[in-house]
Design a protein around this ligand. Structure first.
Ligand SMILES: Nc1ncnc2c1ncn2[C@@H]1O[C@H](COP(=O)(O)OP(=O)(O)O)[C@@H](O)[C@H]1O
Ligand SMILES: [Mg+2]
Length: 374
């Protein structure tokens, strides 16, 4: 029936840019021109309006005839008799407006349902792809690791001259091969670690431990590179700094940060680690700093993005994967520990992070001592 289609067209002009009351008036006037408004069988509002208007002529005409004592009609009675029709039209138009709104809402709800369904499907697909990617990464890295272990083992045996004597040139060449196998192993470990952290597939082993020896040994691991670059190292640490965290993972964070400080520092400059406690906040603050080239402020928002490197060119001076800081952030996020990089071009870099202090630890700021070395 066309009367219904008139009202059921939700794309009819609504004038949404206008103030609400003008829109409603417009819609009301628009509804007066629609057949749905005058259809009491489909539009209950029209029927209701008609019934609502009925008492007006019944009572007014009835009272007039009773008061005058005659059953004659007067022209004014027509105005009263029109009331049911008038009410039917006004209520009918209101019903049409209401009906159109309901239809619009119904359409919107249907559309939202459809979008939600599409999103759900896309999400399922993404989760599946993510799972496949993690599986693929785990398989590939495992397949890469196994032959590397064999290559390293054989190279070492050859270096130890178990298969016969070596010339100096052969030893030099094999040494380079072993170092590169080590690099490859580290890279694979880093990819595996990142995958684990990114997929949330790891559990923190929280325990109380002293951070000081951890910092010292993390720095000691870089002794060859530090010596080669003639870097001064400055450690400002308390005698003891007991924190509550995952020891292995925090060691990894320190390794990554110190590795960056060493890697990006120019020869002959200085790097350091400073630690202090804030007993009132119950936290230990650590800073790993360097006097290297710094990071341009525009680039800093990408620092924790996986695979991002300030110099991503194929001719870049420094190696690496661009995963180190993303791994640090993942580990520290899991500890609910904030990490912050303060750097500007040409002024070195400071990376701050903080950890929860272990309970019952005598954190004495006065006991802090500094250790310098070259
Ligand atoms: N101490 C630093 N000094 C200068 N640049 C840094 C420093 N630490 C990080 N960066 C920049 O951030 C990038 C990402 O660091 P990271 O995630 O550790 O990856 P990678 O060390 O493998 O390049 C680095 O490539 C470098 O551009
Ligand atoms: Mg790094």
């Amino acid at each position: 029936m066309s009367s219904a289609t008139d009202a059921e067209r939700p794309d009819a002009p609504s004038g949404s840019a206008r103030p609400e009351r003008f829109t409603t008036v417009r819609e009301f006037l628009h509804a007066l021109g629609q057949r749905f408004t005058y259809n009491p069988r489909r539009n209950a509002y029209a029927l209701f309006g008609f019934l609502w208007g009925l008492p007006v002529p019944v009572f007014s005409v009835g009272i007039d005839q009773w008061a005058s004592g005659q059953a004659t009609q007067h022209p004014i009675h027509i105005a009263f008799l029109m009331h049911p029709l008038l009410f039917a039209v006004i209520f009918g138009a209101m019903g049409t407006v209401r009906h159109r709104k309901d239809l619009q809402i119904h359409h919107l709800v249907e559309e939202l349902k459809r979008h939600a369904q599409e999103l759900g499907l896309a999400n399922e697909r993404l989760t599946e792809l993510d799972r496949m990617k993690a599986q693929f990464m785990a398989n590939v890295t495992h397949e890469l690791k196994t032959p590397l272990v064999a290559i390293r083992g054989y190279n070492e045996s050859i270096l130890e001259e178990r298969f016969g004597p070596l010339t100096d040139k052969q030893r030099q060449g094999l040494g380079i091969a072993v170092r590169n196998v080590d690099r490859l192993q580290k890279l694979i470990e880093e990819l595996l670690e990142f995958e684990r952290i990114d997929s949330g597939d790891f559990k923190l082993q929280i325990a109380d431990f002293d951070l000081v020896p951890l910092v010292q040994s993390a720095l000691e691991n870089f002794r060859p590179q530090v010596d080669e670059k003639k870097l001064a190292t400055e450690l400002h640490l308390p005698e003891k700094l007991e924190v509550r965290a995952d020891r292995e993972k925090i060691a990894h964070v320190l390794q990554n940060l110190i590795s960056n400080a060493v890697k990006f520092s120019p020869d002959g400059s200085a790097i350091g680690v400073t630690a202090s406690t804030d007993a009132s906040l119950g936290r230990a603050s650590l800073t790993v700093w360097d006097r290297g080239p710094g990071i341009p402020s525009a680039a800093q928002k990408f620092l924790f993005t996986r695979f991002w490197q300030a110099d991503g060119s194929s001719r870049r001076k420094h190696g690496g994967t661009g995963l180190g800081l993303a791994i640090c952030k993942g580990i520290l996020d899991a500890h609910r520990a904030p990490i912050q990089v303060v750097s500007s071009e040409g002024n070195g870099t400071k990376v701050h992070f903080s950890l929860t202090l272990a309970k019952e630890c005598p954190h004495d700021r006065e006991a802090a001592h500094s250790h310098r070395g070259r």
